[in-house]
Design a protein around this ligand. Structure first.
Ligand code: ZN
Ligand code: ZN
Length: 250
């Protein structure tokens, strides 16, 4: 047994003995994956008003004009039909999402699934199959799990929808997109994804709901949606845990 595995098992055993803690502080909570009342109040949920298409939050009513669209969606319909997010990606959302991404806190998925199921109820209702944004296998190896796949599996169970966790493959790892412009982000993910040949039948003719942890410019979601449509998906919606607000919508 490796030391890392022993440490994880040790922590899992400890977790069974200790009362579960809030996702972002030390306060005890009823079940693993929950926020305490104080942290819940600190959390920025995405609520109306928002872009009718991509769900990016508006700072005030009327910001999206009569069509309720953000500048990006006004310039052209994305490859996905609509997108929704549970949280605004601010300091508090980072405290929830980053340990999930990088520190083996897989119990976070439980809490995020509850929040995402609420924010994406309409999208889950019409979805026929759930598909996570894939990690490149090298990154999957170093992180040991794909956080988007954990969310897709949890949401599939909660909403009684099949989740096809390996429907999409990622041909190459993209460097963190960081501060890059929207055009640079789109170029970085161009042609990166493919539907696995043995999963085409699960996608062809279906309404797909794409699942990810964080959506920034939407370039990754857009490229996945384009790939899924090319494989015959009749519709693609997107549901993410957290959404980076558009800096133009202050
Ligand atoms: Zn707390
Ligand atoms: Zn939009």
């Amino acid at each position: 047994m490796t030391l890392a595995l022993a440490a994880r098992l040790g922590r899992a055993a400890l977790d069974m003995l200790l009362p579960p803690q809030c996702l972002t502080c030390d306060a005890p909570v009823g079940e693993p994956g929950l926020l305490c009342a104080a942290c819940f109040r600190e959390t920025g949920f995405v609520t109306a008003p928002m872009c009718a298409c991509c769900g990016v939050p508006f700072s005030h009513v009327g910001q999206g004009g009569a069509e309720q669209l953000c500048p990006t969606c006004r310039a052209g319909q994305p490859a996905f039909d609509s997108a929704r997010a549970a949280l605004r990606y601010d300091g508090q959302a980072r405290r929830i999402v980053l340990p999930f991404k990088h520190a083996d806190r897989i119990e976070v998925a439980r809490g995020l699934v509850v929040l995402m199921a609420r924010a994406g109820a309409a999208l889950l209702e019409r979805a026929e199959v759930l598909v996570p944004v894939p990690l490149h296998r090298r990154r999957l190896f170093s992180r040991r799990y794909n956080q988007a796949a954990l969310l897709a599996r949890g949401l599939g169970r909660a909403a009684h929808r099949p989740a096809v966790l390996d429907a999409l493959a990622r041909h190459r790892a993209t460097a963190p997109l960081g501060e890059r412009s929207a055009a640079e982000r789109a170029a970085a993910v161009d042609g990166v994804f493919a539907v696995r040949p043995n999963r085409c039948a699960a996608i062809d003719g279906r309404r797909v709901l794409l699942i990810d942890d964080v959506m920034t410019s939407g370039a990754t979601a857009n490229e996945c949606a384009r790939t899924l449509r090319a494989a015959g998906a009749v519709a693609v919606d997107v549901l993410v845990a957290a959404r980076v607000p558009d800096p133009r919508l202050r």
